[in-house]
Design a binder for this molecule. Structure first.
Ligand code: ADP
Length: 511
């Protein structure tokens, strides 16, 4: 199959979260399965910086391709630059337009989705149409366009309207994957004029959502199939509690809605080969992990607490790497933190996001020197060092489409403590006495989203840690889990086939 992966972020060139990791790794695995894949993404300022650190093969090169795209009444110029995903021959095409993309952030000034740029509708209308223009100029008639999140939500709409009669897209199926339903690209109605789409589509069955233009809704309604990044989240988002206002639209498409868990790129996230960490290690010899823990404690200015003799191994070190957002459970962490800090443990945090949580953790770090270390930046190398050096990884999300950090943690023998929601529920088996006895446990999880449940679960993990043999067995079992892309990439190929078989069906009618 000829596949286009359209994504607003692609690691290692650009990334604010899990979407970047997926768009940077799934295409390589599709390629290994014999498919022809190209990736198309914006050329932000950060792309140039990141590409300059990569090998020559992954450096940025100009192409001779340029185009101009109608955005409202104006024609906006664009050009394509080219690179490839490191460790593969998968081409990555970067859509260049200095006005839209030469900025410090991807979506806003705060990193991630904080302080969104006021012209995001315009920026991603341009990008979306640029994806289709790029296919035409590259003479790449795709069998499937795989769209990701709200930034590409209008792609399935264009494929069925403005671009529907073009020969390049005559047989193109669209797949729309939701990585996070809460960020929807919800804009004021006059942005319809920038899309060039017919006002007829601005109605409750298509693009309109309570008077606004909703990109995510467009993707859900118009794509040939819709997917999200875990089976549990696919179920949850059809409920009012998790549906972020789009649950009924999603329920309407339940026959075409699938859940596929993200895979992990173990060429990047494995303690046996990781270049970012103090010492490499594997399941047969964990001495490197102890070195990583010592290095991490030093980096955060925390005292080493691991010298309690053969039967004891001191206090556990809990790692957190996250966007500082309510989604990730920081409201219950804030309420439970005094109780957690009273336990015999240390915590290191790496994160950026909501200023209220920046202030909270700065304050806590001052009050708990030697127990809590805080770094409020985005630092990829440090994220790896935390995965390797911590004993446990805390991720008590309110909702979690998939979650990648708990999967990375498993590989690094860093036992996840999670709330059982979305992808966390699908991937972590709670260490109940039976599960520990039967050797199936892969972490600690709780159901009710309350500070009390969180505290009780951390306490349970700390208690289990004090039993050295039990802990060692748990760590080994975590490290034996396999969440590589091999299974999920095959599931995506099946999904693409379903989407293609839906193309003929959908030709008969508008949604
Ligand atoms: P989400 O996509 O919701 O943010 P995921 O767990 O799916 O959550 O993916 C988060 C990704 O972003 C992981 O690769 C994680 O290591 C990375 N990440 C998050 N915050 C930071 C940070 N402050 N510094 C470095 N990496 C981070």
């Amino acid at each position: 199959m000829r596949i286009v992966m359209a994504s607003a972020e692609v690691s290692p060139f650009s990334k604010t979260g899990g979407l970047g990791d997926v768009a940077g790794s799934l295409p390589k695995h599709l390629r290994e399965l014999g498919h022809e894949v190209i990736v198309i993404t914006p050329r932000y300022s950060v792309v140039r910086e990141n590409a300059s650190c990569l090998s020559d093969m992954a450096g940025l090169r100009r192409t001779a391709i340029d185009f101009s795209i109608p955005v409202g009444k104006r024609m906006m110029p664009g050009a394509l630059q080219r690179s490839q995903l490191p460790g593969s021959d998968v081409p990555v095409y970067f859509v260049e337009n200095k006005h839209y993309f030469d900025r410090d952030g991807l979506y806003g000034t705060g990193g991630g989705h904080d302080n969104d740029y006021a012209d995001n509708a315009e920026r991603f209308i341009f990008f979306t149409r640029a994806v289709l223009e790029a296919c035409r100029k590259l003479d790449f008639a795709p069998d499937v366009i795989h769209c990701n999140d709200w930034q590409t939500g209008l792609l399935p709409v264009y494929i069925r309207t403005t671009y529907g009669n073009m020969p390049e897209f005559a047989n193109t199926a669209s797949v729309f994957t939701i990585h996070n339903l809460v960020y929807q690209g919800n804009f004021w109605h006059w942005d319809m004029k920038l899309t060039g789409l017919d006002w007829y589509l601005f109605n409750w069955r298509h693009l309109e959502y309570f008077g606004n233009l909703n990109f995510m809704k467009g993707g859900i309604v118009f794509a040939d199939v819709v997917s999200t990044v875990s089976k549990q989240y696919a179920k949850e988002i059809q409920s009012e509690e998790y549906g972020a206002g789009l649950n009924e639209i999603l329920s309407d498409r339940s026959d075409d809605l699938f859940g596929i868990i993200n895979g992990v790129d173990y060429s990047i996230w494995s303690p046996e080969t990781d270049e970012h960490i103090a010492a490499r290690y594997g399941p047969d010899d964990l001495s490197g992990k102890a070195e990583c823990k010592a290095a991490l404690q030093q980096a955060y200015n925390l005292p080493a607490r691991d010298s309690g003799g053969p039967q004891k191994h001191g206090a556990p070190l809990i790692g957190i790497v996250s966007r500082l957002d309510k989604q990730k459970g920081f409201d219950i962490i804030a309420d439970a933190i005094e109780g957690i800090m009273a336990l015999d443990l240390q915590i290191v945090l790496l994160g950026t996001g909501d200023p209220q949580y920046h202030a909270l953790f700065e304050n806590l770090a001052e009050r708990h020197p030697g127990k809590l270390g805080v770094n409020l930046t985005f630092d990829n190398a440090l994220a790896h060092q935390i995965e390797a050096g911590a004993d446990m990884f805390l991720m008590p999300s309110r909702y979690e489409p998939c979650g990648l950090n708990q999967l990375y943690s498993l590989k690094y023998g860093t036992v996840p403590i999670v709330r059982a929601t979305g992808g966390l529920a699908d991937t972590i088996i709670d260490a109940t006495p039976d599960a520990i006895e039967g050797g199936t446990a892969t972490g600690f999880s709780f159901e009710d989203y309350t500070p009390a449940e969180l505290l009780a679960t951390v306490r349970r993990a700390v208690e289990t840690y004090s039993h050295r043999d039990v802990w060692a067995r748990l760590v080994r079992h975590c490290m034996a889990q396999d969440w590589s892309w091999s299974r999920s990439a095959n599931e995506y190929v099946d999904l693409y086939h379903v989407a293609r078989s839906n193309v003929s069906r959908r030709r008969l009618a508008m949604p």
